[in-house]
Design a protein around this ligand. Sequence first.
Ligand SMILES: [Zn+2]
Length: 221
Amino acid sequence: MKYIDFHTHTYPDQPDKITAILSCVAPEPLTSFKNGILLSYGIHPWYIEGQDPEKLMAQVKEAAHYNRVVAIGEAGLDKVKGPPIDVQKRLFSQQIEISELVRKPLIIHTVKANNEVLLFHKNFAPKQPWIIHGFSGHPQEMEQFVGAGFYLSFGPRILYQEHKAAESLKQIPADKFLLETDHTNKSILRVYEKAAEIRGISLKKLAFTIENNFNALISIP
Ligand SMILES: [Zn+2]
């Protein structure tokens, strides 16, 4: 049984047990990442400040073609941190186009911008799947995204039972979710155990479900 950490910023501590997608943020070059690990590559709204957006975009365009880059992102919109929303929107739409061009899914970071992200999805009508990473919304938000065809990836917030994200995870259709550790030092095993408990299924069944979802989204080189 393999655990899948759909979105992380650190190398998995047990590579034989964990398949991870490491989130690489431009302008970090691909060459600084070990071989044999799956990557996503994109412009994160937090790290645009002080950079030349054209140069960052050129890097994303190039990285997008590499086999080990299995997804574009994390890209997206953040109304709390980052440059003016217009700048973020422009870079987001360019990354949507790259995702469509190279036929790789888009991993999305959204903070207080869910409606905008939904609107982008409606307007672009992308063929590639979109995944909201670190989803922490309540069940109504979950339903909105799932209804529009999105996948949701849940992180360590679900470890807090009372958190609205745990309730969303409990209710989301089995073929629409993934799990991740993101910037935390929490173990993906722990997130799996909690997710199995929340959904009232065995760890084995959960792992099987997530593996299927992962395979539906990601082509491994
Ligand atoms: Zn991240």
